[in-house]
Design a binder for this molecule. Structure first.
Ligand code: NAD
Length: 504
């Protein structure tokens, strides 16, 4: 198809038996009367069979987390003790990385190489959070006068509900759970119904690492009833969610009944702006990476590029040429760079955006259709570049969540900023120029939680991440990622017995 680089089925042996997932409640593994299955989106084989969580099981998990928090074994333990457990978890993740990466690859459809990177990268998040457990502290106020001293304590917020999506199941859990644990919180976790297994495997590792029973509870299942109850329950103090903006809004509404804290990491419609003086080779490579990484099923997908008119045609030609060299195909092949689309319904949704853009007057420079990979029954979408996109088209405004690049053009910095900000989302944005003034001017005016200049999608546990506008609330990673899970309490103290009585 169109001279693409396609990797056929490897015919590698797939696991003979599905992974069997159960809930983890109060330190015990719990089965349900009913189960649900996950079929590999690339290979069409049964990968996992999981306990189907009910309201009663969710209630039990929340009760276990509440009792564990109030009991204090974890919530009142020292930072040193917490760091010890978190570091042991990191070691165990590394020791089990291959086993976990295989399940992550099969459940998501992402390439095995990238699944490995996700799992071992997550171990680093656990280590970073362990360091934070030992270094976090509050403030003191020594300048209130000789007879007064105040301290600001940072305490764990309490029981935290963690709800995660299917696109980076293990990494996203790593942006939340170790930070919540470092703070001293106890948790109830619900992974996506499409990718439950690496969360269950992590549960096994938490027990092995010595985490007290009830500190982390896992309930498998769907948004209804499990996720919705986790968001509304009065015994939960905070809910942290990564997923779609629509579900994020319903979570905020559900949480409002008890005014619990809400942290949301939602979608994005992330623009890269390319000026004529940029290093165009690097920019073209980064744009190609940005749109195809994780098959575009990525909150940080660089799904829009905004090109200076003088270079637009040449730049599109470069990206088309690079796109033909990106290896799409069997996720189990070590050479594959882009795997399967998560479900047939999602593949149809991606194509719907492309066809609607064509009907509205856009043009196809490459791809533009679902495709088959030799020897595999699963769903794939061709690398796709759509030119002639105008800001009003759905493909320019909404999250396509597929390997589809929309191309817009600009003439001035003002126009580029206006186009980049012309979206309800505000997750990330990028600028390419050799002129530092251009980059800084853009970085200051772009409405997004992360701005990349002359790079794309680099992330570190140290560097805070999150979205503006409808991309979310709150931040993950770095100092602010820990602060999300801390409640602030001021203690005001009188020193000495010199205070004059109020009653005369
Ligand atoms: P989703 O919103 O459909 O589901 C996410 C999770 O919410 C799943 O566990 C699901 O079972 C649960 N859920 C569904 N309905 C619920 C309800 N009513 N109450 C509580 N929980 C409910 O999202 P998805 O399709 O799994 O993931 C894709 C979305 O996630 C994309 O929009 C993507 O941009 C976003 N995402 C954002 C980030 C980020 O950091 N900003 C990272 C990854 C993915």
């Amino acid at each position: 198809m169109q001279d693409l680089t396609l990797i056929p089925a490897t015919r590698k042996a797939l696991p003979a038996e599905p992974f069997l997932g159960r809930h983890l409640i109060g330190g015990a593994w719990v089965a349900s009367a009913e189960t649900f299955d996950r079929i590999s989106p690339a290979h069409g084989v049964l990968v996992s069979r999981s306990a189907l969580g009910s309201a009663a099981e969710t209630e039990a998990a929340i009760a276990a987390a509440r009792a564990a928090f109030d009991g204090g074994e974890w919530s009142r333990s020292s930072g040193k003790a917490r760091a010890g457990v978190l570091n042991r978890v990191a070691d165990l993740i590394e020791a089990n990385a291959e086993r976990m990466a295989l399940l992550e690859c099969l459940e998501t459809g992402k390439p095995i190489m990238q699944a490995r990177g996700e799992v071992s990268g997550a171990a680093d998040l656990w280590r970073y959070a362990a360091a934070q457990a030992r270094t976090m502290h509050g403030d003191s106020h020594d300048s209130l006068g000789e007879d007064m001293l105040a301290v600001v304590l940072k305490e764990p917020i309490g029981v935290v509900s963690i709800i995660t999506p299917w696109n980076f199941p293990f990494w996203i859990l790593g942006q939340k759970l170790p930070f919540a644990l470092a703070a001293g919180c106890t948790c109830v976790v619900k992974p996506s119904e499409m990718t439950p297994s690496t969360t269950v495997m992590l549960g096994e590792l938490l027990i092995e690492a010595g985490l007290p029973a009830g500190t982390v509870n896992i309930v498998l299942g769907f948004g209804q009833p499990v996720g919705a109850l986790m968001a509304s329950h009065p015994d939960v103090d905070m809910v942290t969610f990564t997923g779609s903006t629509a579900v994020g809004k319903s979570i905020q509404a559900a949480a409002s009944g008890t005014l619990k804290k809400v942290a949301l990491e939602l979608g994005g419609k992330n623009a890269q702006v390319i000026f004529p003086d940029a290093d165009l080779d690097s920019a073209a490579d980064a744009v190609t990476f940005g749109v195809y990484f994780n098959a575009g099923e990525c909150c940080n997908s660089g799904s829009r590029i905004i090109l200076h008119e003088d270079i637009a045609q040449d730049f599109v030609t470069r990206v088309v040429a690079l796109s033909r060299r990106v290896a799409f195909g069997d996720p189990l092949d070590e050479a594959t760079q882009v795997g399967a689309i998560v479900t047939p319904a999602h593949n149809a949704k991606i194509d719907g955006y492309v066809q609607a853009a064509l009907a509205a007057g856009a043009r196809i420079a490459l791809g533009g259709a679902p495709m088959r990979i030799d020897g595999l029954p699963g769903e794939f979408y061709a690398p796709t570049i759509v030119t002639g996109v105008t800001p009003d088209m759905a493909i320019a405004q909404e999250e396509v969540f597929g390997p589809v690049l929309s191309v817009l053009t600009f003439r001035t910095l003002d126009e580029a900023v206006a186009l980049a900000n012309n979206a309800s989302y505000g997750l990330s944005a990028g600028v390419w120029s050799e002129n530092v003034h251009t980059c800084l001017a853009f970085a200051r005016r772009a409405q997004a939680g992360t701005i990349w200049t002359n790079t794309w999608m680099d992330g570190f546990p140290e560097v805070t991440f999150g979205g503006m506008k409808q991309s979310g609330l709150g931040r993950e990673n770095g100092r602010y990622g820990l602060e999300e899970f801390l409640e602030i309490k001021s203690v005001v103290m009188r020193v000495g017995r010199t205070r004059a009585n109020w009653v005369r």
